[in-house]
Design a protein around this ligand. Structure first.
Ligand code: SF4
Length: 417
């Protein structure tokens, strides 16, 4: 396809296409052309946003030179739904003397061509089950009302009702409408301090956390009631500990073990999953032994200095994470990583080599490509400078598939085939 034209916004956030400049992208802090084959139509469920504090950059249609658009023009980016991996950031630079730090979103390069919006993205997984436009809000509201009426004492259902109705969390909505994966947030504390944590940010952070962290300890009885309710409507459903609105679930591993045991005394239906940083290895081992089916480990790198700079782990190391993964795989748990990816960092040679080794050594079955939601300048200022050659995000996916036997690359948790 022909290179689309640049989209930019004025100071009111009104988006328009540029008559002469073509759309470009960005990788880490470098402006770059977008290979024509990397443009795809804007997917259903995606949205556009303008980027305050930025200047939009485009390419001169004749010379190919990169040019900043007039001083009143701001960059525009797309926010992608599950199922799509961002290949490049939008083309922009930060305005001098403007210390705006962008909120925690996954900004993606966009362009305009023949009346259509295009994005620099890769369709990595079947988007259907996670397309927010497929669930009617009124259906969620009525499902929430009937569930709360049926379980008036259950504080976990009550907490999840606000996640579903105010945050629009898909996993919380699923818990009420009976979608594939239901939510089981249980912990208000964490053994890490991620730079881009979505449930808790330090007071001096330049952006708020998009969600408020759980502030109570759901009881084992409430947890088991939510688990049973979810799989009773779909025996192939997944119930997941470790949600965006909580800390690290394994800080409550004793209660998770009790919940899984009580749940399995009542049914063999469904799959029990945990989304975790897997740093608390003895907790992970106890949960695995209690009957865990799936485990998704969140990570950003297999290189210690990068991992430590982003996760700021308290009392654990990447070695503990690896030990948790291998133990779970040995016991037959379907393991995956929730790989926080960022163009210009993830696709560095050294990152890819280290991650291929990590996936092989720890027998990981699935990589879930997760676009890292963060301001580029802020993230790059917090991690060690990247070194090796840039391979491109598209190549990262191909290398994982070719270099790690039996590995699946997707975007969300799947039950084992
Ligand atoms: S592991 Fe999760 S809850 Fe803990 S700091 Fe990181 S993102 Fe936040």
């Amino acid at each position: 396809m022909k290179t689309p034209h640049l989209l930019y916004a004025n100071e009111h956030g009104e988006v328009m296409d540029h008559p002469d400049l073509l759309a470009v992208g960005r990788t880490a802090s470098y402006i770059t052309d977008v290979p024509d084959e990397e443009w795809i139509p804007l997917p259903s469920g995606a949205s556009l946003t303008w980027l305050p504090g930025t200047r939009a950059i485009g390419a001169n249609e004749t010379t190919g030179e990169f040019e900043a658009v007039g001083s009143e023009a701001y960059a525009v980016g797309a926010l992608l739904p599950q199922g799509f991996t961002r290949l490049l950031l939008p083309g922009y630079v930060k305005r001098p003397n403007d210390d705006t730090t962008l909120p925690l979103f996954g900004y993606t390069a966009v362009g305009w061509q023949d009346g259509e919006i295009y994005v620099a993205a890769h369709p990595t997984d079947e988007p259907g089950p996670w397309d927010p436009s497929l669930i009617e809000e009124r259906d969620v509201e009525s499902a929430v009302q009937s569930m709360l009426a049926a379980h008036p004492e259950n504080r976990l259902f009550e907490h999840l009702s606000s996640c579903a109705l105010s945050y629009g969390c898909m996993t919380a909505k699923n818990t009420f409408v009976g979608g594939i994966e239901g939510a089981l947030p249980v912990s208000s504390s964490c053994n890490a301090g991620c730079v881009g944590c979505i449930s808790e940010q330090p007071d001096d952070a330049p952006f708020p956390s998009p969600q408020t962290r759980l502030n109570f300890r759901p009881s084992v009885d409430d947890i088991v009631e939510v688990m049973l309710s979810h799989v009773s409507r779909n025996p192939q459903a997944i119930v997941s500990f470790g949600q965006g609105c909580e800390g690290e679930p394994t800080t409550r591993f004793v209660d998770i073990v009790r919940s899984i045991r009580q749940f399995r005394e009542k049914t063999q239906d469904g799959f029990v999953n945990i989304n975790t940083n897997a740093g608390l290895t003895h907790g992970i081992k106890a949960i695995v032994d209690a009957g865990l089916d799936l485990m998704r480990v969140s990570t950003i790198s297999a290189i210690d200095c990068h991992y430590n700079a982003y996760y700021r782990p308290r009392g654990y190391t990447l070695e503990n994470v690896a030990e948790s993964l291998s133990y779970a795989a040995e016991v037959g748990v379907y393991t995956s990583i929730n790989y926080l990816v960022f163009p210009g960092v993830t696709d560095r040679e050294e990152e890819v080599e280290a991650m291929v080794e990590f996936l092989r050594t720890n027998h990981v079955r699935l990589v879930q490509m997760r676009n890292l939601n963060i301001d580029a300048e802020y993230y790059l200022s917090k991690i060690p400078p990247a070194r090796g050659d840039l391979l491109g995000m598209r190549s990262v996916i191909d290398i994982f598939k070719s270099e790690v036997p039996g590995l699946t690359v997707g975007s969300y948790s799947h039950v084992p085939a």
